[in-house]
Design a binder for this molecule. Structure first.
Ligand code: NAP
Length: 289
């Protein structure tokens, strides 16, 4: 990669940040398109967030991805945010336009594209979403206008109920929220077309954990598990065995990254290059096993 006097700098900041896949994915994409961009990882502690954002302005850093724990706190450092960021109270992408910092959140659109681009139809379908944390909220927000019905179940029931109520009013469409229990999952799955796990259940090191019993899964169900570490979760393995269509968390990771890439570069993201780079990195780290 040749760095020039005009190279534009993008990056990801968070704490911790050592395991991020973003430099691998974005540098592969910049290289593939011959763009004079470079992508770095910045370890920024909470106490240094404001200084980091001054640095972004002062150094003319072109774009940043923002990850835990800064997605909320960073908003007060930005000049403008879009409606999605305001609703989610969370920004994961920043664009620096001549010193003006704009905030976006690409998690929801990443999940939506991961489903659609992998052939999962949503129109008129019932979707069961497990979780009501940051990622689940972003996904629910983009799914409601696309689907027939959305049910949200969460371990802390009040979070799911509150989210469902807010979305129902916002979009004037049926959204149900409730407690995540085996009975509730089983009952909801009976008439669901799509299941999305947006909890961290099944994430490394809890490889044998799944909230969904294998016998509740069917071949006419589409299942997306947004957990990408491991690449194939217990839920994904069980869903595949049941003959269901399975979309991995890596797909959401790629498409949310692609949306950020397009915000920074104005170019269509090379999805296949980004996917290959992510999967290579995950398998070289043994994360896919
Ligand atoms: N593929 C991608 O691009 C992508 C993007 C973002 C996140 N993710 C992954 O998605 C997962 C969630 O991330 P997040 O940012 O939404 O985290 P978060 O805000 O901390 O939310 C965690 C969610 O998981 C639930 N949960 C955690 N452990 C559980 C368990 N043992 N049983 C049932 N529910 C459980 C929580 O329920 P409570 O509310 O009751 O605590 C909450 O709904 C993580 O694994 C993350 O790596 C993937």
């Amino acid at each position: 990669m040749a760095i020039s006097g005009k190279t534009r700098v993008c990056g990801v900041m968070g704490d911790p940040i050592g395991h991020t896949l973003s430099p691998t994915i974005h540098n592969a994409a910049f290289h593939h398109l011959g763009l004079d961009f470079v992508f770095l990882a910045f370890h920024v502690k909470t106490a240094d967030l404001e200084n980091a954002m001054r640095g972004m302005r002062g150094l003319g850093i072109h774009g940043l991805n923002v990850t835990m724990p800064h997605k909320r706190a960073v908003i007060s450092c930005l000049d403008e945010v879009d409606f999605t960021v305001r609703f989610l109270d969370s920004a994961n992408t920043i664009l620096n336009r001549d010193g003006k910092l704009s905030g976006f959140n690409t998690d929801g659109v990443g999940a939506l594209k991961a489903l659609l681009e992998n052939g999962v139809g949503l129109s008129g379908k019932k979707v069961l979403l497990l979780g009501a944390g940051g990622a689940a909220k972003a996904i629910a927000f983009v799914l409601v206008p696309e689907v027939g019905e959305l049910a949200i179940l969460n371990r802390s029931a009040e979070k799911a109920e509150e989210l469902a109520e807010t979305l129902e009013h916002m979009f004037n469409q049926k959204v149900v929220g409730g407690a995540l229990s085996p009975d509730a999952i089983k009952a909801n799955l009976r008439d669901s077309d799509v299941l999305v796990n947006a909890t961290s259940a099944g994430m490394k090191p809890h490889l044998s954990q799944s909230l969904v019993a294998p016998e509740w899964l069917r071949s006419d169900l589409a299942v997306m598990d947004i957990v990408y570490n491991p690449v194939e979760t217990k839920l994904a393995i069980d869903a595949k065995a049941a003959g269901a269509k399975v979309v991995s968390g890596v797909e959401m990771l790629i498409y949310q990254g692609a949306a950020s890439f397009e915000i920074w570069t104005g170019k269509s993201a090379p999805i296949e290059v980004m996917r290959k780079a992510a999967l290579n990195k995950l398998s070289s780290k043994g994360e896919g096993k």
